[in-house]
Design a protein around this ligand. Sequence first.
Ligand SMILES: [Zn+2]
Length: 277
Amino acid sequence: MTLRPAAPETGIVFHRLDAGADIPALWTNTVNATLCTMLSNGEGLEIKTVEHLMAALAGCGVDNAIVELDAAEVPAMDGSAAPFVALIDRCGIVAQDAPRRAIKVLKPVEVAAGSARVALLPDQGFSMSFEIEFENPLIRSQEMAVTFEPGVFRSELCRARSFGMLEDVERLRAAGLVQGGSLENAVVVSGDRVLNRGGLRYADEFVRHKMLDALGDLYLAGAPIIGHFRGSRSGHAHTRLLLAALFADRDAWCATTLADTGELPAIVWPERQRAHA
Ligand SMILES: [Zn+2]
């Protein structure tokens, strides 16, 4: 994978070198996939697992970039966004001579399916809250809320890794859906134990990773969102449905621009403090 600069108004565009085709990183180009977020051009060309890279681009404030790939999947790396953030930091980003587009949420939009619930609410700046509930004795219920002030993405979310239960990993491996060493690119939990040497990066790494996923999936709106995202027991498919619901209601959002504040979604609003629930 290679990240390349792009002109203003390009947005994030994936380019499959092996197929010579582009797929813009937009929710309208996603297809239903349970384990990851998958882009498709509708003609059989797919790109799997875009969510952690999209979270890195959102968190670092990259509005325009070409993502070149020679395969159908973004490298898993360590299962978090941190390796991508490190690469972006090393090459640096530049301000472009154009206003930064954003999407402002004007009224609440909610999607519920079973016990999962996702919502976008009007807010100043961008903030997220998330709660998860697992039967697993180590994970149980966790909740967290963040407001994206400068540095918050890097310190609180970008290092949180994907996770899975050992029994699921074994089942997926038997079905040929995972290859390679799972412990290198995910936290693997068995009962109340973490099998990875070194344990967890945060005591509540699980809910933080769910927020990272949601951040990446929301960036498929095509621009940063000004509003509050609330997720409860939700996954990629719910966030996708939420964007569909938002854009289906013309009164629920408006296109706007932001003054350049450097780190994004650090649309900085100093009156709100980061809060851990
Ligand atoms: Zn993930």
